[in-house]
Design a protein around this ligand. Structure first.
Ligand SMILES: NC(=O)c1ccc[n+]([C@@H]2O[C@H](COP(=O)([O-])OP(=O)(O)OC[C@H]3O[C@@H](n4cnc5c(N)ncnc54)[C@H](O)[C@@H]3O)[C@@H](O)[C@H]2O)c1
Length: 328
């Protein structure tokens, strides 16, 4: 199978490429990535050149997307501006990558009659008090990031209905694991605690997310690639709802750092309190379930960052502690 993976230098895309080539060494993967925030060239070292090609390019570039999609069987679209804080200070790149980029891919898969998997997020459903969103839940995005991902989904649905395009949408909860940008909560806490630096925490730190180990997410996407039904969407949950403070305390305990490093700062605007997905559909129809417990996943993650600290040497502590929704 010839896969076009977009955004493969980012967190989930790079893990997906490594996982896929490990499980299916005969697959050929082309990765297009524009090296934007979230990317790290060092995320994919030493891959076999025969079955992996990297193209530096933007998914909004019609010419390059047309060429790559015409030569692929399936495109899996991970590429996106993904940091909510950045979307508050400057929404424009989110509109470009997350909406125009998806439009560009849709036009190409329509033209060449190819299959697409659009990687979306639980954030399209907004903050939920107690319920868990199933696939039919109403969208209620809060941030420009979430709104751009919801817009992309609506556009995808219109191409399914109007042009009979072969697209599946996946929505996942918060991922954690190796190769994530240290702007995000878990790597940020590990790296700061490792250097005995203060850890900024938004508001009360009680915001709840459902956390999934990134390889569980990758395996769910592979199941969907082989067994998912054309035109459908699948929610992917880790079934592990936990608040930020609890996660930070767990990391500090594993690393052996003091709780005194925790430092509360002003909350970001529109900070959703809780996200939650119901993923019974993928469990029942595709027999997928997360395999990592949070304890095991977190320990593996911490061990990986400690071993690979050198990948983050050129990132300044200021860069990861600055409150990006205010200053960019
Ligand atoms: N991280 C999570 O917890 C999570 C949860 C649910 C869904 N998602 C979705 O999964 C996908 C991947 O998320 P991630 O955490 O790996 O993000 P990331 O920020 O780590 O990586 C995104 C990658 O996309 C690339 N990119 C962005 N815009 C591009 C463009 N216009 N053209 C080419 N490349 C471009 C970046 O350079 C980067 O390498 C996103 O679509 C995100 O919305 C993420």
């Amino acid at each position: 199978m010839k896969l076009l993976v977009t955004g493969g230098l980012g967190f989930i895309g790079s893990n997906f490429i490594l996982r896929t080539l490990e499980k299916y060494p005969d697959f050929k993967i082309t990765n297009i990535d524009a090296c934007l925030p979230g990317s790290n060239l060092k995320n994919l070292p030493k891959l076999n050149k025969k079955n992996y090609t990297y193209v530096k390019g933007n998914i909004t570039d019609k010419k390059i997307i047309d060429k790559l999609i015409s030569k692929s069987d399936v495109v899996i679209n991970f590429a996106a501006e993904s940091h909510v804080d950045r979307s508050i200070s400057n929404p424009r790149p989110f509109i470009d990558s997350n909406i125009i980029g998806v439009y560009t891919i849709l036009e190409a898969i329509k033209k060449y009659k190819k299959k697409m998997i659009q990687i979306s997020t639980d954030e399209v459903f907004g903050s939920l008090k107690s319920s868990s969103a199933n696939e039919e839940f109403v969208f209620n995005p809060s941030s420009p990031y979430a709104a751009s991902k919801a817009s992309a989904e609506i556009l995808v649905k219109s191409y399914i209905t109007t042009y009979d395009c072969d697209v599946i949408i996946t929505r996942c909860t918060n991922n954690y694991g190796p190769r994530q940008s240290p702007e995000k909560l878990i790597p940020k806490v590990i790296l700061l605690a490792g250097k005995n630096q203060k850890i900024p925490i938004y508001g009360t730190g009680k915001n709840i997310r459902d956390w999934i180990f990134v390889l569980d997410h990758c395996d769910a996407i592979l199941k969907i690639l082989f067994k998912g039904k054309k035109g459908k969407s699948y929610n992917i949950a880790g079934k592990n709802e936990i608040n930020n403070i609890t996660i930070i305390k767990k990391i500090l305990k594993i690393i052996g750092s003091s709780k005194e490093l925790m430092h509360f700062i002003k909350d970001r605007p529109g900070h959703d309190f809780r996200y939650s997905l119901n993923s019974e559909k993928i469990q029942k129809e595709l027999h997928w379930n997360p395999s990592y417990t949070f304890e095991k996943g977190l320990e593996d993650t911490i061990e990986w960052y400690i071993k690979n600290m050198k990948l983050y040497n050129d990132i300044s502590l200021k860069e990861i502690t600055t409150v990006s929704w205010k200053t960019r």
